[in-house]
Write a new protein. Structure first.
Ligand code: F6R
Ligand code: MG
Ligand code: MG
Length: 372
């Protein structure tokens, strides 16, 4: 069976009007470089988009995961776009490029990565999620719903091909170790860990009966790489759909309602996730609310299935009135939370605030504390 790799590599290299949106000139650089890489047959297909201030490179190729040439292509593209951002004096130019010497893999250098090598099935529908102003833990809840919750995914009950359940690789981002949990048997343990969204993050999901790869998420902790606050880790997630896996609609139904995620203004607040079409994937109110987009595509003979002009066909799945309710809920939760200003639980708890700029400020008070 043909092996095809989907690589989604993203980076905040600078944005327009604060941490708001990636402007055209930076998208054009990505377009130019990836077009050239396709002409040179390094990659077979690509799609460039942005979610808020994050430049997203979706590449389909036959070179496997963690391929140095693919990572170098992404790294060079981000470097070039950051240079342009600097020339234009855009905001946060090169924000996520935390290291200089490229050593074959962008992991640990700032950009976020989700890569999935698949053996192409008869037909392989894929959903790509990307979010801004939050972190990978934002996907813990929907991943639970999609792959474990029979009240969400009818196929868990009805489709015999899903009967054995799914396995989750959960990363402990504090201790840098991972564990694999098998659901439904270990669903309470899965919730026990991944309910702590700031620490435990789902990195991979497999179908238990045959270890078919089903989902891969990016799980970077920028603050751990940089040793200080440099914005949130704005995550991406690739999910495979249909024919013995959750259907497209079962993958999307968790986003019928908004829910709270960590991030938003200064990476320091709980905020409601807002599912939007790409045209609305730009952060405004209190640098948010955290936006999420979902793109649907088909992997076909090593490429993204394309139209008659050779253009990859990509569906903008949240650009749909079916998600209007979630958008409305997001603004209702947003207004409720903002009324609480800087008081918990609107602001993140003390542990997460460790990685922001607040501790520096409070250090100034240290000497003024007297025994009580
Ligand atoms: C959150 C984010 C923004 C910034 C905020 C302050 O991930 O990127 O909310 O934290 O706009 O940015 P600076 O410190 O660059 O002025
Ligand atoms: Mg930014
Ligand atoms: Mg961002």
């Amino acid at each position: 069976m043909r092996k095809t790799t989907i690589s989604l590599i993203k980076c905040d290299v600078g944005s327009l009007a604060g941490h708001h949106v990636v402007p055209e000139p930076l998208l054009n650089i990505a377009e130019k470089n990836l077009r050239k890489a396709r002409e040179n047959e390094l990659i077979n297909s690509y799609h460039i988009f942005n979610v808020g201030d994050d430049l997203q490179l979706l590449m389909v190729h036959g070179r496997g995961e963690s391929n140095p040439e693919i990572h170098k292509l992404a790294w060079n593209t981000f470097q070039e776009a950051a240079k342009k951002a600097l020339e234009l004096k855009l905001y946060g130019a090169g924000q996520d490029l935390l290291k200089t010497a490229f050593s074959g893999n962008v992991r640990g250098m700032g950009p976020g990565v989700a890569e999935m090598e698949i053996e192409e099935r008869g037909s392989d529908p894929i959903v790509v999620f990307a979010a801004d102003k939050t972190s990978a833990g934002a996907f813990n809840l929907p991943l639970f719903r999609i792959f474990v919750d029979p009240m969400n995914t009818a196929g868990l009950v009805i489709d015999p091909d899903m009967a054995g359940g799914f396995k989750f690789e959960v990363l402990d981002t504090m201790e840098n170790k991972s564990v694999v949990l098998k659901c439904p048997e270990e669903m309470y343990e899965l919730i026990g860990l991944t309910g702590t969204v700031g620490r435990y993050m789902v990195s991979r999901v497999w179908r238990a009966r045959d270890d078919l790869i089903c989902a891969v998420g990016s799980v970077t902790k920028l603050s751990k790489i940089a040793g200080k606050y440099v914005g949130k880790d704005d995550p991406v997630l690739i999910v495979r759909a249909q024919h013995g896996l959750p259907a497209l609609g079962e993958i999307l139904v968790p986003f019928m309602h908004s829910y709270l995620v960590a991030g938003w203004m200064r990476g320091s607040h709980w905020g409601p996730v807002m599912p939007v079409g790409v045209k609305d994937a730009k952060c405004t109110v209190f640098d948010g609310p955290p936006r999420i987009v979902a793109l649907g595509l088909q992997i076909s003979n090593g490429k993204i299935a394309s139209d008659d002009d050779g253009k990859p066909m990509v569906a903008d799945l949240f650009d749909d009135p079916a998600f209007d309710l979630a958008k409305r809920e997001a603004m209702e939760y947003a207004s409720m939370l903002r009324r609480m200003g800087e008081f918990e639980p609107a602001r993140l708890g003390i542990e997460e605030m460790e990685y922001t700029t607040l501790p520096q400020l409070l250090r100034r008070l240290e000497e003024r504390f007297k025994p009580f």
